[in-house]
Design a protein. Structure first.
Length: 258
């Protein structure tokens, strides 16, 4: 595959950027970038990925010297569909089903694309997931619909605040505060106006579940097991701060209202 070293580096970095921004594990990102480089006849590629940046070094066979580039990553989210799509492109490139130019165009299309599911469907999924988690933790069917409403509104608020506030920690606190507030209002009006006893604790547990960083915790563990200690500790710290934000938001809401 006759391609310049600059073109190969551009494709490798773009693939790594998409995967890192979408929440992929560090070892998976490095392996994908190395596979793409080897598919383009680059021997001994060296990639080093952290949670906030990508280093890539490739040897130029024509000039006989190495070139190194660094890419800074500031925004991250969870999008497993993009991770799977980039992995598929790397496999097709390795099997000579795509040229390097075609792979670059496909990666650009993936980068420009949004989430696989629209916002309204994400909110509905988060709402009903909250309701069923509430049941799983011992709630009753009377707690189901309050948990659905609370979880859906909390997740919607989190998305709206996250678009306006650069610090993710504050959007998580405010969303968790809203969950605690709405759950308590359901509990209060259920007792005083409908003579229905709701389990506010079960409603809160179910409603905060869409905010819990489950994928982040799993990736932190997998990175640690793969030997990527820096990335594993960084992601573990990020997950801890998210859990702290959720707990703080709910605790403040209950402390103010009760």
């Amino acid at each position: 595959m006759n391609s310049s070293i600059g073109e190969v580096m551009e494709v490798c970095l773009l693939a790594g950027k998409i995967m890192l921004q979408s929440g992929a594990e560090i070892y998976r990102i490095e392996d994908t970038m190395n596979r793409i480089a080897r598919a383009c006849a680059v021997s001994e590629p060296h990639s080093y990925v952290t949670v906030t940046g990508i280093f890539l070094t490739l040897r130029d066979p024509e000039r006989g010297r190495e070139q190194t580039r660094f890419l800074r990553i500031c925004e991250r989210q969870i999008d497993l569909n993009k991770i799977a799509a980039v992995n598929q492109i790397s496999r097709m490139l390795g099997e000579r089903e795509l040229t390097l130019k075609q792979a670059h165009e496909a990666l650009m299309t993936i980068e420009r694309s949004g989430f696989l599911y629209p916002l309204w469907l994400q909110i509905i999924a988060a709402a009903f997931a909250s309701g069923f988690v509430c049941l799983a933790f011992g709630g009753t069917w009377l707690d189901f619909w309050p948990s659905v409403v609370t979880g859906g509104l909390g997740f919607l608020l989190y998305i709206l605040i996250n678009r306006r506030v650069a610090v993710k920690f504050f959007s998580e606190i405010l969303a968790a505060f809203a969950v605690g507030l709405i759950a308590y209002l359901f509990y209060y009006y259920g007792i005083h106006y409908l003579n229905i006893i709701l389990h506010s604790d079960k409603v809160i547990i179910g409603s905060v579940m869409p905010l819990v960083p489950g994928v982040l915790i799993m990736n932190a563990i997998r990175d640690l097991m793969a030997g990527d200690l820096v990335a594993g500790l960084a992601r573990g710290t990020e997950a801890f701060l998210t859990a702290l934000a959720i707990g703080t938001g709910v605790a403040v809401a209950l402390a103010v209202l009760m």
